[in-house]
Write a protein that binds this ligand. Structure first.
Ligand code: G1P
Length: 304
């Protein structure tokens, strides 16, 4: 039986897995967490935390690992720096650095061993408890004026189960993603589909579609139980995609997976090209730098 809408708790918590090694971005990430790479003047991870907070998820749990101390420091106060700026009367910069520690209520848990994304999510079990929650992958930055997460939270509350975000990708890229088989849902807009199957990083010829899972999920708490029983999959890791495949095919409260198909702007900042594109977009949108950068880009592009 599926619980009536009014009985379903609304999503309040966000989980951000941030324990990855950043191998796609070496050598920059040899000594620095990839989440701390700056996109203009803020580390990439801050855009992701801000997106969660904008969607009403003020309770954020970061799943970190070794060498991620800089993340905790960034979202904490820095009394020495504040005092130095205060002596110089630089209130503007004090306000700027305080924005990062005031952004949300951030908690941390460590994933002792890198056993995969599914395992990272299961580290959030105690904090999340028995309610739906969002997962935001730190590599993916969504354009600041998109409302993807809000739409996903809304779909989860109305339809129950779990919700993934899908984006159409070129055929040659499917093997970098979880890929979904979908069907329409009666009474829903075209951008909301039912997921009938999911496969993690399939070979091009085995992919059920070109609809790739991107780094936003709203998950039913039942996923934790399923993850406990999910054997290591692709790459010998416990895959979230495999647990979602089980939920997509099962029945009962907490089962069923829907998708919101996204066609807005998304940048994979774990990838060097995606990162550069994000820097340009957020640079052009920056209140102080935007005008100058835009003019320079036009000149620069004219000579290419
Ligand atoms: C993870 C997921 C994959 C998803 C991707 C989105 O893979 O396992 O299903 O499509 O994120 O970015 P990763 O990029 O961590 O290898």
């Amino acid at each position: 039986m599926t619980a009536p809408v009014s009985a379903r708790p609304r999503t309040r918590k966000a989980v951000i897995p941030a324990a990855g090694l950043g191998t796609r971005f070496l050598p920059a990430t040899k000594a620095m967490p990839k989440e701390m790479l700056p996109v203009v003047d803020r580390p990439a991870i801050e855009y992701v935390v801000s997106e969660a907070v904008r969607a009403g998820l003020g309770d954020v749990l970061m799943v970190t690992g070794r060498n991620k101390r800089a993340l905790e420091d960034h979202f904490d106060r820095h009394p020495v720096l504040e005092a130095t700026l205060s002596r110089k009367g630089d209130q503007r910069r004090i306000d700027l650095i305080r924005e990062s520690d005031l952004v949300g209520d951030i908690h941390y848990v460590r994933q002792g061993e890198a056993l995969g994304l599914g395992h990272a999510v299961s580290c959030a079990r105690r904090h999340v408890g028995d309610e739906p929650f969002a997962v935001l992958l730190g590599d993916d930055i969504i354009g600041a004026d998109e409302h993807l997460l809000e739409r996903m939270i809304d779909v989860q509350q109305r339809l129950g189960g779990s919700v993934v975000a899908l984006m159409e990708v070129p055929e040659e890229s499917v093997s970098s993603y979880g890929v979904a088989a979908v069907e329409p849902v009666e009474g829903e807009a075209a951008g909301v589909m039912r997921v009938t199957g999911l496969v993690e990083k399939p070979a091009r010829e085995d992919a059920p579609s070109r609809l790739a899972v991107i780094g936003r999920y709203v998950l039913a708490p039942q996923v934790f139980e399923v993850l406990e029983n999910t054997a290591p999959g692709r790459g010998g890791e416990i895959q979230l995609t495999d647990a979602l495949q089980t939920l997509a095919q099962g029945e009962g409260e907490g089962h069923g997976v829907h998708a919101v198909v996204f066609d807005g702007r998304r940048y994979d900042t774990g990838d060097k090209l995606g990162y550069l594109q994000a820097v340009v977009e957020f640079g052009v949108a920056h209140p102080e730098l935007g005008g100058q950068l835009r003019d320079w880009l036009k000149d620069f592009a004219a000579d290419l």
